[in-house]
Design a protein around this ligand. Structure first.
Ligand SMILES: *Cc1c(COP(=O)(O)O)cnc(C)c1O
Length: 412
C-alpha cells in the first residue's frame, strides 16, 4: 500500500468500516489528535452522562443512588466492560484507583503468594511509575529485591528465587510489544508469577489474558479507553487466584461485607478484594460511558486499523521527511508493535511544539522522542497524510527554530 496523494488516503477512509465511530467523539475542528495514548478524546455521550450523575443521581436522589443508580456496583460493571477487551472473564476485573496504586496491590499480593522467593524482575526504561512503585514496595519488604534487566535477558534470568516478573506489555515510548504468552510461560515454568501492565494495550491491541494464563494485570482508564483525565484504572486477577491472592491495602470496599461495619477485616473472596476505598463515581461513570463505544466494534477490527495507520505513518514519514534527522524508534514489524510510533530528533521538543501549534497534537518524551498515538476509533488515514505533510513543512522550513517553541512546559 503506497499512498501518493491525499485523495488516496481519503479513499481509505471511505472504505474504512470504523470511520463512522469518529462521530462519537467531540474532537475540535482543525485538530489532528495523535495523543489518545496519553489522554483519550472526549466522547459526546460522556458530558450528558456525567451531567446526569451530578444533577439527577447525586443532586436529586442523593445517597439513595448507591443502590438505585448502581453506584456500588460500578467498579464491577466497568471492570466487566474492560474484561471484554483484554480476554478476561467479567468477574476477573474491577475498575479502581490509579494504575500506580493497583500495581502496588498486585505485586504485594504476588510477593505474599511467593513469600519464600526474593526477586521481582522488571526492565530498565519501563514506565517510570512502575519502577518507582516497585522501589517503594521493595523498600517496605526488605526480603524482596528489585532486579532490573534488559528485556532480552529477562526470560533467562527467571529462576526459583523469582516471585514475579512485572512487565509493561506495550512500551510507552518504543511501542515494542512483549510476547505475553511466552514470557508468562517462562515465569510459570519455574513457579514465578507474571504481572502485566496494559496501559498502552487495553483498547489498542488484542490482549488475551486468559489464553496467556497471566496472573495479574493493571492498566489505565484515560488512554485508549477514553475515560477522561485521571479516570479510574483497572486491575485483573486470574480466577484461580481469587481468595488466594490478598492485597494489603485492606480498605472497606475490599471487605467481604462492608456494610456489616465490623472491626475485623475479612477479605472479599473475588477480585473485589482489590478495591480499597470509596470510588470516585463521577469519573467511574465517565469511563463506563466511554467504554460503551467499544460495543460497536471488535478489538480485532480496531487492531487491524491501528496497524494500517501506524504502517502508513512510518512509511510516509520515512519517505517524505527523509534527510531531516528523524529516526524511527523500535522495530518496524507491526506484529511486535503497539498503536503508537516514536521518532527521535535532536530538536524533538521544539518540533513537537511546532506541530501542536499547527494543530497536530502528539507529545514529547525525554530525551528526544516525538510520539504519535493512533487511536483507531477516531483517527483516519487522511489524518495520517495531513500530519506527515505538516511535519515535513516544519522540518523543511525549520519553523521549529522559533524561540517560542523552546520554552519548556510542565507537562510534555
Ligand atoms: C500511563 C501509564 C501509567 C500511569 O499510571 P497512573 O498511576 O495512572 O498515573 C502506568 N504505567 C504505564 C505503563 C503507563 O503507560
Amino acid at each position: 500500500m503506497t499512498i501518493e496523494t491525499r485523495r488516496q488516503a481519503s479513499a481509505l477512509d471511505n472504505l474504512d468500516e470504523l470511520a463512522p465511530l469518529r462521530a462519537a467523539f467531540d474532537l475540535p475542528e482543525g485538530v489532528i489528535y495523535l495523543d489518545g495514548n496519553s489522554l483519550g478524546a472526549l466522547p459526546f455521550a460522556t458530558g450528558e452522562r456525567v451531567s446526569n450523575v451530578v444533577s439527577a443521581e447525586w443532586g436529586r436522589d442523593l445517597v439513595k443512588s448507591w443502590n438505585s443508580a448502581g453506584w456500588m456496583n460500578l467498579p464491577k460493571t466497568v471492570g466487566a466492560r474492560i474484561a471484554a477487551l483484554i480476554g478476561a472473564d467479567a468477574d476477573e476485573v474491577v475498575a479502581t484507583d490509579s494504575t500506580s496504586v493497583n500495581l502496588f496491590k498486585v505485586v504485594a499480593a504476588a510477593a505474599r503468594m511467593r513469600s519464600g522467593r526474593h526477586k521481582i524482575i522488571s526492565e530498565p526504561g519501563n514506565f517510570p511509575t512502575d519502577l518507582y512503585m516497585l522501589e517503594g514496595l521493595t523498600s517496605l519488604l526488605p526480603n524482596l529485591e528489585l532486579i532490573i534487566l534488559p528485556r532480552g535477558e529477562i526470560a533467562g534470568a527467571i529462576d526459583d528465587n523469582t516471585a514475579a516478573i512485572v512487565l509493561t506489555h506495550v512500551h510507552y515510548v518504543t511501542a515494542e510489544m512483549f510476547d505475553m504468552k511466552a514470557m508468562t510461560k517462562a515465569a510459570h515454568a519455574v513457579g514465578a508469577l507474571a504481572i502485566w501492565d496494559l496501559s498502552h494495550s487495553a483498547g489498542a491491541v488484542e490482549v488475551n489474558l486468559g489464553d496467556a494464563k497471566a496472573d495479574f494485570a493493571v492498566g489505565c482508564g484515560y488512554k485508549y479507553l477514553n475515560g477522561g483525565p485521571g479516570a479510574p484504572a483497572f486491575v485483573y486477577v486470574a480466577k484461580r487466584h481469587h481468595g488466594v491472592a490478598v492485597q494489603p491495602l485492606s480498605g472497606w470496599h475490599g471487605h467481604k461485607r462492608p456494610f456489616d461495619f465490623i472491626d475485623a477485616y475479612e477479605a472479599a473472596s473475588g477480585v473485589d478484594q482489590f478495591l480499597c476505598g470509596t470510588p470516585g463515581i463521577i469519573g467511574m461513570a465517565a469511563l463506563d460511558e466511554s467504554l460503551k463505544i467499544f460495543d460497536r466494534t471488535s478489538m480485532k477490527a480496531l487492531r487491524a486499523k491501528s496497524v494500517a495507520l501506524c504502517k502508513l505513518f512510518i512509511e510516509l514519514v520515512e519517505r517524505d521527511c527523509a534527510g531531516y534527522g528523524l529516526s524511527l524508534v523500535g522495530l518496524r514489524d507491526m506484529d511486535v508493535r503497539g498503536s503508537h510510533v516514536s521518532f527521535r530528533h535532536s530538536h524533538g521538543y521544539e518540533v513537537m511544539k511546532a506541530l501542536i501549534h499547527a494543530g497536530v497534537i502528539g507529545d514529547f518524551r525525554a530525551p528526544d522522542h516525538i510520539r504519535f498515538g493512533f487511536t483507531p476509533l477516531y483517527v483516519g488515514f487522511a489524518d495520517v497524510w495531513d500530519a506527515v505533510q505538516c511535519l515535513k513543512g516544519i522540518l523543511q522550513e525549520e519553523t521549529y527554530k522559533d524561540p517560542e517553541f523552546a520554552v519548556r512546559d510542565a507537562v510534555t
